[in-house]
Design a protein around this ligand. Structure first.
Ligand code: TYM
Length: 332
């Protein structure tokens, strides 16, 4: 029995890194009958870097459509973070027991504050506190995240421990990472496919859009001509094949074809485009259906929000009792 919690920021399009690295696993975990799962479009996290308020509601809607289209189990709760005010409320209580030193060591803070030098708000620094609140509010025990979020998850574990210890109460279980090891590189060869780096292929791109981006994507840098055998283990195209191309084609056609120079990078990319379409064609069709019924999407998110507020109210009652909040106890 595990409570799964995970989130995705509504900044830019959901890309193949998100899909292969995280969303596919959300689907898998949500389908296990022993799991209760919560998946959030974490809009409050996106406020930590500059964004366009006018187009933001659309970005949240699009992210929700993408998450709903991947085929989560119908028991899974999907919701928008800002619909549940207890996330920011709990973040305050946790912030009061969060060590500043630990926050200062966060790699993502260092990277992002470098990227947005002129507009670093305190929210970017306290981001991991909000992320801890997301998980702990639902007493999450298993959190599927990629490598880039592991440090934040370790911090969330510390937060659970600090809070319980400070108030001598077992309010929060320590959430464990369900470490998703696959890392998808950018089409530009950059270490990570990332919305902020403009090196993405969107999960809901049409086959034509996918091909346009895939055609010019980086492969094994040593394979300068078709005659030179390639090294699948360093090639991002091969990494993506491992997710969407089934055996025996993966080994016999893609891997062996590359290492013996029987196929060129162009052929290999064509095969990948086919595999992607097999996997993502149905997801795109579901997304189009959902886009055509915006009322249905809002209904799902509203229901999700209501479920979460009920659960969050219960947890906050425990938090306030433990922390000695005036209104939580019978007054003196
Ligand atoms: P975000 O929106 O950056 O990414 C969502 C998920 O996608 C994974 N991911 C990747 N995996 C493999 N290769 C890539 N190139 C790649 N790019 C992104 C991420 O690891 C992540 O799992 N802080 C989080 C959102 C969040 C959250 C939470 C997650 C807020 N609260 C509580 C878990 C639990 C974030 O910015 O993810």
């Amino acid at each position: 029995m595990a409570t799964i919690f995970s989130g995705i920021q509504p900044t830019g399009e959901v890309h193949l890194g998100n899909y292969m690295g995280a969303l596919r696993h959300w689907v898998e975990l949500s389908k296990k009958p022993e799991h209760t799962s919560y998946f959030s479009i974490v809009d409050c996290h996106a406020f930590t870097i500059p964004y366009d308020a006018a187009t933001f509601p659309r970005a949240v809607f699009d992210a929700a459509v993408a998450v709903l289209a991947v085929g989560l189990d119908e028991r899974a709760t999907v919701f928008v973070q800002s619909d549940v005010p207890q996330h920011t409320e709990l973040a305050w209580y946790l912030g009061c027991v969060a060590p500043m030193g630990e926050l200062g060591r966060m790699t993502q803070f260092k990277e992002k504050s470098e990227q947005h030098k002129t507009s670093v708000g305190a929210g970017l620094f306290t981001y991991p506190i909000l992320m801890a609140a997301d998980i702990l509010l639902y007493k999450g025990t298993l959190v599927p995240v990629g490598h880039d979020q592991l440090q934040h998850l370790e911090f969330a574990r510390d937060m659970a421990r600090h809070f319980n210890h400070r108030f001598k109460a077992e309010v929060f279980p320590e959430p464990k990472p369900h470490h998703l090891t696959l890392r998808i590189k950018g089409t530009d060869g950059g270490e990570k496919m990332s919305k902020s780096r403009g090196n993405t292929i969107a999960m809901l791109d049409t086959p034509e859009q996918v091909w346009k981006k895939l055609k010019g994507a980086f492969t094994d840098p040593q394979r300068l001509t078709r005659e030179i055998p390639g090294r699948p283990e360093v090639c991002n195209i091969y990494t993506m094949h491992t997710v969407v191309t089934p055996e025996p084609a993966l080994t016999e056609v893609v891997h062996n074809g590359c290492t013996t120079a029987k196929i060129g990078c162009g052929d290999c990319k064509k095969l990948l485009a086919e595999s992607l379409e097999r996997d993502l064609g149905p997801v795109r069709a579901r997304a189009n259906e959902l886009r055509a019924q915006p009322g249905r999407v809002l209904e799902i998110l509203n229901e999700g929000g209501a479920t979460c507020r009920a659960k969050a109210t219960e947890t906050m009652r425990e938090v306030k009792e433990a922390a000695g909040v005036f209104g939580a106890r019978s007054r003196p």
